[in-house]
Design a protein around this ligand. Structure first.
Ligand code: NAG
Ligand code: NAG
Length: 450
């Protein structure tokens, strides 16, 4: 943050600190104790245990319209909720997932994850696989939000600009964490890698620069997956590598200021036998859960680039060969999926099988654990934020007309929590700063069901 506050004088800063302390009137010191308590017995918390094991500090499980997350997150196959595993599917994915990390996945509690999310936004950018991750996080963090989702910004123009993307509309949504330190998790649909950076068809030149200019802060975490859409046309397939290189370059050039970016691999697509309505196994793809390694038997025809691309092995190979060159950390997501041939969901409102998406609880929950692991290992420099009033949030409270405006303009981000038309910025920003503490975000209610 040093470069950020350089041009505002120390006296000005101290005065603002005093004002902010008076206005906020609360301590944001992070409490080591989790405000929610879960019983020690029962299903693992990550695999549906959250719905039954909460003892104190719990959110109500009663239905809240319109989305009834209490019901969805019980992962009960009897309840006829789309995307939930049958009992057999859940058993199979659990048998596989429980071997990950020597079984440590079974011990993961929302209380482990929350400290990494406090005080900031976790931006989930990607296609429909990212939607399942968002839902897995909503369910795992059930007791840390109130079942009411919010738009990504209080300014409809931001929502519209984010939505306007080539190939597919960029639908977006957030849920805000309750309790000291706040924080929020936001999803933005991004189908093609090329929408992220260096794209004149997207406002601000791409979703990432747009977020940095208007809504994001350097402390935020950007968690990206693209790939599946690059299977759809030969042009998008051939653009994948150069698009990833552009993303990597953008990260590399700006990582000093915006370090917390992770990329997630794409899961396996199984070949479909549409006549019999079954997904077919990927023979010869041998996964070892204890090491996390996938090995290919000699019977796999690796010269069949079209086939290898179609099941996403080829896609991930490009990711693994490209992003490390730019220091962009890749979170595993592929290796555990080839064996999960029976974990696919039916198409929405249809019995036809979808050999692309996976049911819950299973792979999406394992992804929560992989994300937690990456953060616990401080990948991309991610650490829990000290929840005191930060210099950056005070700097954001400096009116644009002050002496620090030049430094704000020179940066990639205005560090504003929510964007507002320039004429209103000064007033509404100060109002928000007064009302909202660190990690608290204004909410325009959203009823979108992703
Ligand atoms: C940005 O896009 C243009 C045109 O599509 C391309 O020529 C240029 O190399 C790209 N820049 C980067 C950094 O990828
Ligand atoms: C492997 O794939 C290549 C490319 O599709 C094909 O030409 C070749 O015949 C395949 N080999 C076998 C043994 O099927």
């Amino acid at each position: 943050m040093a470069s950020y506050t350089k041009s505002s004088t120390r006296a000005e800063f101290n005065m603002l600190r005093t004002i902010a302390l008076l206005l906020l009137g609360a301590s944001f010191a992070y409490s080591q104790t989790c405000p929610v308590e879960y019983s020690s017995e029962g299903r693992p918390l990550l695999f549906g245990g959250v719905s039954s094991r909460c003892v104190s500090g719990c959110q109500s499980r009663a239905a809240v319209k319109p989305n009834d997350w209490g019901n969805v997150c019980s992962f009960d196959p009897e309840k006829n909720v789309w995307g939930i595993c049958t009992e057999q599917q859940a058993k199979n994915s659990f048998e596989l997932a429980k071997k990950l990390g020597g079984g440590s996945i079974l011990q993961l509690s929302p209380c482990d994850l929350v400290p990494f999310l406090r005080g900031r936004t976790l931006w989930l950018l990607g296609d429909s696989h990212t939607k399942t991750l968002y839902r897995a996080l909503q369910c795992f963090l059930f007791d840390f939000w109130n079942q009411k989702e919010c738009k990504i910004s209080t300014d409809p123009q931001d929502v519209a600009d984010i939505a306007k993307q080539p190939a597919q509309e960029g639908v977006s949504n957030c849920f805000h964490l309750t309790g000291a330190g706040g924080g929020r998790i936001c999803i933005i649909s991004v189908a093609l890698t090329s929408s992220l950076v260096n794209n004149t068809a997207v406002a601000g030149g791409g979703i990432l620069p747009l977020l940095r200019q208007r809504l994001a802060k350097p402390e935020d975490i950007f968690y990206i997956n693209t790939g599946t859409w690059h299977r759809k046309t030969p042009q998008w397939a051939s653009e994948y590598k150069p698009d990833l290189e552009a993303l990597g370059k953008y990260y590399q050039e700006t990582r000093n200021e915006w370090p917390h970016m992770l990329f997630r691999e794409t899961p396996a697509v199984h070949p479909a036998d549409t006549a019999r309505n079954v997904c077919l196994p990927l023979d010869g793809y041998n996964y070892d859960p204890s090491s996390g390694m996938l090995s290919l038997a000699s019977t796999v025809n690796t010269s069949d680039t079209i086939g290898m691309w179609a099941n996403s092995y080829g896609l991930n190979k490009v990711v693994r060969e490209t992003l490390p060159q730019f220091g962009l950390y890749t979170v595993p997501a592929y290796n555990m999926t080839p064996p999960l041939v029976d974990n696919h969901v039916a198409m929405r409102n249809s019995v036809a099988l979808d050999c692309l998406h996976y049911c819950q609880p299973g792979m999406p929950e394992a992804w929560v654990w992989y994300l937690y692991n990456a953060m616990r290992e401080s990948r991309a420099g991610i650490r829990p934020l000290p929840l005191t009033i930060s210099e950056s949030s005070l700097a954001a409270a400096v009116p644009k007309s002050s002496s620090s405006s030049a430094s704000i303009k020179g940066r990639d981000s205005s560090a504003l929590r929510t964007a507002a038309p320039a004429s209103q910025t000064k007033k509404s920003l100060l109002q928000q700063q007064q009302a909202l503490g660190q990690g608290q975000y204004a909410c325009t209610p959203s009823t979108i069901r992703l």
